[in-house]
Design a protein around this ligand. Sequence first.
Ligand SMILES: C[S@@+](CC[C@H](N)C(=O)[O-])C[C@H]1O[C@@H](n2cnc3c(N)ncnc32)[C@H](O)[C@@H]1O
Length: 352
Amino acid sequence: MNHTTQLVLLCRPGFEKECAGEIMDYASNLGFPAYIQTNTDTGYVLLIGTAEPNISELLQQLDFRQLIFTRQWFASLPRLDDLPEQNRIAPLMTVIKSLQREFNDIELDYPDTNEGKSISRFCKQFEPHLLNALKKQKLLSAHADQRLHILFLNSQQAYIGSSPMENSAHTAMGIPRLRMPSSAPSRSTLKLEEAIHWFITDESKYIKNGMTAVDLGAAPGGWSWQLVQRGLLVTAIDNGPMDAQLMSGGMVEHLKTDAFTYRPKKAIDWLVCDMAERPLHVSNLIAKWFTRKDCRNAIFNLKLPMKKRLQTVNECIALLHHALEEENIPHQLQAKHLYHDREEITLCIMTS
Ligand SMILES: C[S@@+](CC[C@H](N)C(=O)[O-])C[C@H]1O[C@@H](n2cnc3c(N)ncnc32)[C@H](O)[C@@H]1O
């Protein structure tokens, strides 16, 4: 029997409202009676089911990749309070056994807040002990399709539950561990690297040596650098200066011109765009690149406004779908608030 009565969703602190609004829309459209419990800047949201169907079934019915603002999710039992300072294993194992299933893997979570980060060391030390206890009880199995989650809020309080391995984030808490490459011109390079890993599951099929790309708002060149690493020939559009070392490699042509008026002479494989402009303005620009058949694929950022962030995101996505559908362009559009994104989200449109 399934006793999990709520979903725990992790997000970037400050984006609880968007994370909550989005999951609530899906829950009500799919017929799951539920309500939200959350507080600003906590880095997590609870979706509490109130009647059948059990809210944990939402994890089977909704594709995790459709969620923009959720980094990780799991179906959870009600919060466990009063965990003892010593020997937390025993009470935790009692609760874990009540889930009545085996697990493929475990993930010890904590909110992405300062308080949360102070728990990270405890989680690292605790994980091998928990794994041992699970092994002893024969609760770990390579054939199981669920991952065990424990979200520690502090040393006494935790949410315990599980997520489907194939329909959740594959990196702990949805946070990719990327190392800043020493020769990349800006930290922003990690945003495009994360985007490529997240959106393009079969990278070698879609990003190939010798392909062409345009980078709108390219300076100093962190995004162009990622493309050059993959063997693409890049046209970088920006009035600002590009990194000298990147330019010396001969793979990048720099044009000091306005990104909103530039057009390539021939259709390109990849358009990327990282400009802090109004989101509808950028969406219209990207739509134009596709409808004029100037690009086949694109990865770009939308800077979020201070207010009505979810509404703006939905409007931009609707605009893009509509523009491409009007021209009968089959496409796949994905969007994510990536770990390396702050006040923006990243989108990927692929037509090839
Ligand atoms: C956030 S930075 C891009 C950083 C870059 N992706 C990287 O990884 O190094 C935004 C850039 O957009 C450029 N930009 C903004 N509006 C532009 C426009 N209308 N035309 C061309 N460049 C523009 C700015 O000059 C700035 O260099």
